[in-house]
Design a protein around this ligand. Structure first.
Ligand code: HEC
Ligand code: HEC
Length: 378
């Protein structure tokens, strides 16, 4: 018995010693860098097809701005397809539970319909998710406060954001390299020759290509502009008030900030959401944190396209319905030193209030939220 025990100890000592010695002498395992050049790289470029009526100066319709696309990230079929996969893939989050699409769902016009978004750890963020419809056209900063300059720059952020996907890019890249299909997709999208060339920058480029493909002009409003249909009386009345047109029964000033055809002027304003005695008193300083105190309390005037589908409203999701939004604008909002001059109290009767809501509902585009090419590939 005793002898057996001793033998056992000697044996285990030797085993441990052998392993320890091997571990020291063996070089670290070399990561195989798979060659991808056998896979065809034949990029097919994709054009942004803006309908002609948005490219001509028409009565009351300004020309749509050109979509800013960086020279080194032109849209291709395979680039968009890779981006779509990454956008919908929970491989991007630390615990594989969330993807970009968790907070940007097609059904909500690429929002999550929550007042504020929750990340993988269930911690609430500070902001309400933003619609990604026509996001490629925005050339004056992204996010409610405009702190990100481009889609390529923005797409890098959610992965490492502690209250969003809470992962690290090195971890994501390792998973993508070891994946069955992603190396091939990166090859087809960007012509890389080896797996080791998969980077977070290329992932962000692909996601940006997909985002630029989320554009659509198929709402009732667009059909009206194209002369395909007529508006109901209340919709027309709302449209005229929205644009302060000469025949309007009242001026609601909306288009100063939510300019057609994108229904945003791509700029930042204080629309009276927060009360502040001085410029330093805003609970959420918004744009001012980037540009200085004069713009404290400023936020992006978001697009009103698909506004019917993106409730609740405002950067903090504080308004549940379009009726509440209208009550806000009718009251002129809360006082602060830099509230915009186009946010006065406006004296609208109930029909006029309903008319503006009816007009906003003409901005609903259900085609884009049901398009197969924009849905999850999984
Ligand atoms: C946990 C929820 C969540 C996840 C996950 C998430 N987002 Fe967002 N997204 C938001 C919120 C909230 C905002 C507004 C944040 C702000 O303004 O600070 C936003 C804003 C954006 C914007 C700016 C839109 C605009 O008009 O300015 C883009 C683009 C965007 N997200 C893309 C993505 C992409 C791409 C991913 C995946 C890599 C992603 N989001 C993942 C919640 C999320
Ligand atoms: C002075 C500029 C300005 C004017 C005028 C203006 N808005 Fe806004 N609007 C904004 C800004 C800025 C926001 C976002 C504010 C925030 O969340 O802090 C906003 C938000 C909204 C939202 C919520 C959007 C979302 O995605 O949550 C709706 C709806 C809206 N406005 C409708 C209107 C209507 C209707 C009118 C006219 C009665 C109007 N706005 C006039 C600047 C303006």
């Amino acid at each position: 018995m005793k002898l057996d025990c001793l033998k056992y100890w000697i044996l285990s000592f030797c085993v441990v010693a052998v392993f320890a010695c091997c571990e020291e002498e063996m070089p670290p395992p070399v990561e195989q860098d798979v060659d991808l050049t056998d896979i065809e790289y034949d990029p097919i470029s994709v054009a942004i097809n803006v309908p002609p009526y948005l490219l001509q100066v028409g009565q009351n319709i300004p020309v749509i701005p050109q979509m800013p696309i960086p020279d080194d990230n032109m849209l291709t079929e395979d680039g968009i397809e890779l981006g779509r996969h990454l956008f919908y893939d929970s491989i991007l989050s630390a615990d594989s539970t969330q993807s970009c699409s968790s907070c940007h769902l097609p059904s909500g016009s690429f929002t999550d319909n929550l007042a504020v978004s929750f990340g993988i750890d269930g911690i609430p963020g500070t902001f309400s998710s933003m619609s990604l419809l026509n996001v490629g056209f925005y050339d004056n900063g992204l996010f409610w406060d405009g702190r990100s300059n481009s889609l390529e720059e923005q797409a890098l952020l959610p992965v490492e954001d502690e209250i969003e996907l809470h992962n690290t890019w090195p971890n994501v890249i390792t998973k993508l390299k070891n994946h069955d299909t992603y190396p091939t997709m990166f090859r087809k999208a960007f012509g890389i020759e080896k797996e080791s060339e998969i980077t977070k920058e290329l992932a962000a480029k692909a996601i940006s290509q997909f985002e630029r493909s989320i554009y659509s002009f198929e709402s009732k409003f667009d059909k009206y502009l194209r002369g395909e249909i007529l508006f109901e009386d209340d919709e027309l009345n709302g449209f005229e008030m929205f644009l302060d047109l000469p025949g309007a029964s009242n001026d609601a000033h909306c288009s100063h900030c939510h300019a057609i055809p994108l229904l945003t002027s791509n700029d930042y304003f204080n629309n009276g959401l927060q009360e502040a005695a001085t410029l330093e008193d805003f609970a959420n300083k918004g744009r001012g944190l980037i540009t200085g105190p004069a713009q404290n309390g400023f936020f992006r005037a978001p697009t009103l396209r698909n506004i019917e589908l993106t409730a609740p409203y405002m950067h903090d999701g504080s308004m549940a319905t379009l009726e509440e939004v209208m009550d806000h604008y009718i009251s002129g909002g809360k006082p602060s030193p830099n509230r915009d001059t186009f946010i006065p109290a406006i004296d609208l009767d109930p029909y006029e209030k309903e008319s503006l809501i009816a007009f906003m509902k003409t901005l609903t585009d259900t085609q884009v939220i049901n398009e197969e090419r924009l849905k999850s590939p999984f």
